[in-house]
Design a protein around this ligand. Structure first.
Ligand code: 5GP
Ligand code: ZN
Length: 111
């Protein structure tokens, strides 16, 4: 998807502060953080929401969650963190490329 911001970040066409990358996923800092630590984890393949999951994509997403868990202590998330996935416009999804917000680094409210 040429016009997709996150595809362009994955391709290296738009700079980002990368914190982890492998052949399937990229984790980088959110440009407009709403917590002390605010990262985005994206599958490198473009798709918009979990409604587009298939068995191969399920596996990538499962590995992404597992990787986030194992990286957490090295990302200043050892005291806890929140994962958020906005799905569609009504939920506030502004970038139509599936992403997991990783929020933490400080106590988080629940409002
Ligand atoms: P959404 O609103 O779709 O759940 O989240 C999109 C997130 O992407 C927002 O938190 C926004 O700050 C972040 N974002 C949008 N454009 C860019 C960008 O070019 N670079 C980075 N690093 N983050 C971006
Ligand atoms: Zn994309």
């Amino acid at each position: 998807m040429e016009s997709c911001i996150f595809c362009r970040i994955v391709a290296g066409e738009i700079p980002s502060a990368k914190v982890y990358e492998d052949e399937e996923i990229l984790i980088f800092k959110d440009i407009n953080p709403i917590a002390k630590v605010h990262l985005l984890c994206v599958p490198k393949e473009h798709y918009k929401t979990v409604a587009e999951l298939n068995s191969a994509r399920e596996d990538v997403l499962a590995r992404a969650f597992s990787k986030i868990g194992s990286l957490a202590p090295s990302l200043r998330l050892e005291h806890g963190f929140r994962l958020v996935m906005n799905q569609g416009e009504s939920a506030g999804q502004t970038v139509p490329h599936l992403h997991i917000h990783i929020l933490g680094g400080e106590p988080l409210g629940w409002e």
